[in-house]
Each structure stands twice: as C-alpha cells, then as structure tokens.
Design a protein around this ligand. Structure first.
Ligand code: HOZ
Length: 420
C-alpha cells in the first residue's frame, strides 16, 4: 500500500469520502487521490515521492506556478506582522486599487471564496433590482450556495448530482436555467418572467463542464438582452479572472458585465474571493447601503499579501499572457495530433483546456455530457501513471501556468500518444 492509500483509508474515517471537496476523491476515475506534499514551479510531488507535471495548479490560482519567490516572501513578511486582525489594513486598500485598475470595476469587496463572492453578488443584484429570479446556465458552476446548485457543473456534475439535496424548493424555484451558447433560451426565459429576473450569471468561458468557450456573439448577446430586459449581467470570473488577460474575460472578449466575481487567483493560493462593479451598484453594499454582507477573515492580511505579490507580477509582466497563449496553443495542437486515432474534441481558451472524448463539437452541456467517461478514465489514469497530474473529472479544466516549460508540454504530448 502506498502512503497515499494509507492516508486515504485514514481520511475516510473522519472526512466524508476522505476529502474536503468531492472531485478530489477521484471516484469518477476509479482511483484513490494522491496526497500531495509539495510543489515547485509547474510540478508537484506526492507523499510517496513521485513527481508530476501539475495541470491543476490549485484549480487556477497558481498562474505563476508553485512557490514563486516574490509571493512566498510577501507571505512570510505578512505572517510576522500578525495573522488576522478583523480590522482594516493598508494592504486591502492597495489590493482594491489594483483589482479596480486591472479589471475596470470601480469598487470591490473582498470575501473568502468564489462561492461567497457569487452569493454576495446575487444578493446585491436582487437588492439593486428588487427582483428575485436569477438565470444561470446548465453546466455552469458558481460555487455551492443553495440557489446555484441547480443544473450545476464541476463536482456536482462529476458526482451525477447537478441538483443537490438540501436545497429548498422555493430557493431552487428562483433559479431559471438556460443553455450555454444559446441566446434564444435566455430570451425565452426573460420573456416568460417579465420584470422578475434580477440577473443573468454566466462563466464567460464555461470551465466546469469542461472548458467550453463562448461562441462569437454569445457574451455580447447576453449584454444586449440584460440591457433590454433591465436585469444585471454577472460574469463569474473565478476561473477566467486575471488568467485570460489582466482584465479577465471582460478584457479578452471585450464585453463588460455589471457585476464580476473573482476567486482564488486573487489570493495567489490563499483563500480569497471578491465581487465588484460600478460605484453606483457597490454603494448599495453595507455599511453604505441596504445589502448586508460581512466577514471577519475578509481582506485577511496574509491572503492580501500573497495576492498582491502575484497581481503585481501579472500587471508588470503582461508578456506572461502571450506566453500562456502560446503554451496553450502548443499543447492543443500536440494533443490533437497525438490523439488523432481517438474521437476527441480539444476545447481551449488561452491557458485553459479540456479534452472531451466525443465525435461532436462541444459547445454546451449536452455535448459535454456526451463524452465517453470510460475513455476519460483511461486517459486520466494513463496521464497519472506517466507523471502528469490532471483534473480527475471530465467536467473540469486543465490549467497551464507560467512555470510550465516547453519540455513539460512535450512530455504531456508524448504521454498522450502512448495512452490509447
Ligand atoms: N470542483 C472544484 C473546481 N471546479 C475543485 C475544488 C477542489 O477540489 O479544490
């Protein structure tokens, strides 16, 4: 038995499924989770000493790779000054300024996770419009708050439970579900619920049913529909924020949302989330306005220090984005060739990719679900055996980071060619 297997056995006694987040249990790929002990650059090591190319990067935030010196140093300096105050600090002001400058939002509120950011943005949208319904897209994942666990992606989809038990029917009833990349499905919901929809929330690149980029005109069309029907457009940029471009998907696709949610990438690996928008909307948040939201650990000084160090690097070295784009294109083209004997669709947006095992182009939820999950299992385990640590679910993304070398990418391509 490996050390990972021993730990997993012990974990199952005290943690549901042996994990603190379902996908990590690796149930969909028929293996046990590798318990990790350290990371460096684009690589991680498990507790048995095996090295892997890390294509998860903590599910996105480690865009510069593990243990980037400036981030590490900033955290160590902050730790020496105190772990938490529950009071304002200078770092929060600098962080808010930087987020506003890079993304174009006018005001931002720090929270502790993407789930919290979305929950708070939805409350704000409802408070601002006086309406209660929300439109989301099947297969998009916006964290695990009650109203968003309707036709959810990510772990909910992986586990075969896109609609969670424990969500009150009244809550679920206020969530309307449209089809991603299908504007008429949104318009018909808006028409059928006149004056009732507070917001349309979307992952501008769906990345929790696997990566599904928006079709040309889709995001622009959503913007137009929201304006026409008087509701707010919310971009959930927990995955795309600061990754596709310094200004996230808003910049990458040239579409502005009313509210934007961010997640872990703002913390550089520490637990952080944020939501932001125009001054007019954000001034509705307490203590200025009637929409209440609070948190002792919000703006935590250690998390701010880590995030600030990472964002400063991203801002001062924009070539990181073109390099990530090149690496993404190189991996996509290489995989396409290596997997030419297998029915695959390789979807990509910048440094985010998913290999779907299906004949049909994947532009939405139904096509994503048509992927051959047995084939995916073989793929995942084949990669793992060859030292490549990928997301253990068809319905997640692969994340490249700035520390991955061309050699790493060649190794992944070589491995892919050996699996089937
Ligand atoms: N399902 C999450 C990403 N979309 C991953 C959570 C985790 O296991 O960290």
């Amino acid at each position: 038995m490996t050390r990972s297997q021993q730990l997993f056995t012990a974990a199952q006694e005290v943690l549901p499924g042996g994990v603190n987040s379902p996908v990590r249990a690796c149930r969909a790929v028929g293996t046990y989770p590798r318990f990790l002990s350290r990371g460096q650059g684009g690589h991680v090591w498990d507790v048995d000493g095996k090295e892997y190319i890390d294509l998860i990067g903590s599910w996105g935030p480690l865009i510069l790779g593990h243990c980037r010196e400036e981030v590490e140093q900033a955290v160590m300096d902050a730790v020496k000054m105190g772990l938490s105050f529950g009071a304002p600090t200078a770092a929060e002001v600098e962080m808010a300024r930087l987020v506003c400058e890079m993304t174009g939002v006018e005001m931002v509120r720090m929270v502790n996770s993407g789930t919290e950011a979305v929950m708070s943005a939805l409350r704000l949208a409802r408070g601002a419009t006086g309406r209660s319904k929300i439109i989301k897209f099947a297969g998009c994942y916006h964290g695990h708050s009650d109203s968003m666990l309707v036709k959810a992606g990510s772990g909910a989809l992986t586990g075969g439970a896109p609609d969670s038990a424990g969500v009150p029917a009244q809550t679920a009833g206020d969530t309307l579900t449209a089809s991603y990349n299908d504007l008429p499905s949104v318009e018909s919901l808006l028409r059928a619920n006149p004056g009732q929809v507070a917001a349309v929330i979307v992952e501008p690149v769906a990345a929790n049913m696997g990566v599904v980029p928006p079709q040309p005109g889709f995001l622009q069309g959503l913007r137009g529909l929201c304006d026409e029907y008087g509701c707010l457009l919310i971009f959930d940029e927990v995955i795309t924020g600061f990754r596709l471009a310094p200004g996230g998907a808003q910049e990458y696709y040239g579409v502005r949302a009313d509210l934007v949610t961010y997640g872990k990438i703002i913390g550089g690996g520490m637990p952080v989330g944020a939501y932001g928008g125009s001054r007019k909307l954000m001034e509705l948040v307490a203590p200025l306005g009637p929409v209440y939201q609070a948190g002792t650990l919000s703006g935590n000084p250690v998390a701010m220090a880590a995030g600030l160090a990472q964002l400063r690097i991203l801002k001062s070295a924009p070539e990181i984005y073109s390099e990530l784009e090149q690496k993404g294109a190189m991996l996509q083209a290489g995989l396409q060739e290596a997997l030419s004997g297998v029915p695959v669709q390789i979807n990509r947006a910048g440094s985010l990719l998913t290999v779907f095992f299906t004949e049909q182009p994947v532009t939405g939820y139904d096509q994503a679900r048509s992927s051959d999950l047995e084939r995916f299992k073989q793929w995942y385990n084949g990669l793992l055996a060859r030292g490549i640590y990928a997301a253990p679910s068809q319905f997640e993304a692969l994340f490249l980071n700035a520390a991955h070398s061309d050699g790493d990418i060649r190794k992944i391509i070589r491995a892919a060619g050996e699996i089937f």
